[in-house]
Design a protein around this ligand. Structure first.
Ligand code: FPP
Ligand code: MG
Length: 307
């Protein structure tokens, strides 16, 4: 996309998404690096840090910080939760790549965790990151009303478990190799496996800031629409992008005979649906005015991204 979106930020300067993403990413990278110092036994900390600090778009933490600031909170209030979201996302990818699941060799342009540290340590690194995410958000968050923090922690738990990521992953595994997976089942998989954590990233930021129910409802709608669009684009990129662009193996869905949105709808219709969802997401932000410029630009980025 054009880096400079047509809207202006609060100082009436053109909003530059590339600069915004770079600044937020730098904050998140520094916080993640500090969050997990090496201790004894070194091997497990090294394995956790290997995947946690392997780069990535840091989309979930950035969405959390942006939503918190949109709702009148500060970046500092949301930073521990933002890191926890990335810890959870990272652990889900470590486990997803295991031989028992997708058996993948590359992630974020590097060998997968189990390829470097072995399966036993990779499983434990995922477990360690999951537990630490909750410890870190609970212990490090400051300046947030306790009931809002508890709400966020409870929501994080629900998002990770059978009602969220785990449930979506199970249905995904069960659907592999089947040719009769419906669009409804596919949407269930993605709203749970990917959508739930994206939605929680946005809504957690709002809750930490003490946002009204009305603002939370609008941001929920925004997050649900960008979550599904994100997955449709993921399916498209699996077909159209190279391994170098993706930082992970390309064309895997076809090899695994996975039903995807392009396999159900074709590439052109999938692109149209993703665009439609982004337009709906933008509609949900209307009443926030200029303040929502970063979240608008992030929605556009999700459909325009190349990895
Ligand atoms: C990538 O999907 C995987 C996910 C988005 C999450 C998978 C969830 C789990 C493994 C459950 C983890 C356990 C807990 C406790 C949260 P993909 O395989 O479609 O995409 P890829 O091409 O990036 O691998
Ligand atoms: Mg996978």
């Amino acid at each position: 996309m054009a880096d400079t979106v047509r809207v202006l930020d609060q100082q009436n300067a053109p909003f530059n998404l590339t600069d915004y993403l770079a600044a937020k990413k730098a904050v998140v990278e520094a916080a993640l690096d500090q969050s997990l110092p090496i201790a004894r036994p070194e091997k497990i900390y090294e394995a956790m840090r290997y995947s946690l600090l392997a780069g990535g778009k840091r989309l979930r933490p950035i969405l959390c910080l942006s939503a918190c600031e949109l709702c009148g909170g500060s970046e500092a209030m949301a930073l521990p939760t933002a890191c926890a979201l990335e810890m959870i996302h990272t652990m889900s990818l470590i486990h997803d790549d295991l031989p028992a699941m997708d058996n993948d060799d590359y992630r974020r342009g590097k060998l997968t965790n189990h390829k470097v540290f072995g399966e036993d340590i990779a499983i434990l690194a995922g477990d360690g990151l999951l537990a630490y995410a909750f410890e870190y958000a609970a212990a490090q968050t400051q300046g947030v009303a306790p009931q809002n923090l508890i709400q966020v922690l409870a929501r994080l738990g629900r998002t990770v478990g059978a009602a969220g990521l785990v449930g979506g992953q199970v249905l995904d595994l069960e659907s592999e190799g089947k040719t009769d997976v419906s669009a409804e089942t596919l949407t269930f998989i993605h709203t749970h496996k990917t959508g739930a954590l994206l939605e929680t990233s946005v809504v957690a930021g709002a809750v930490l800031a003490g946002a009204s129910q009305d603002a939370q409802a609008k941001l929920t709608l925004y997050a649900q629409r960008i979550g599904l669009a994100f997955q449709i684009v993921d399916d498209i990129l699996d077909i159209t992008a190279t391994q170098a662009e993706l930082g992970k193996t390309a064309g895997k869905d076809l090899v695994a005979q996975k039903v995807t949105y392009p396999s159900l709808w074709g590439l052109e219709e999938s692109r149209r649906q993703a665009r439609h969802l982004i337009d709906e997401a933008l509609g949900a932000l209307e009443s926030f005015g200029e303040k929502a410029t970063p979240l608008r630009a992030l929605a556009e980025y999700i459909v325009e991204r190349k990895n």
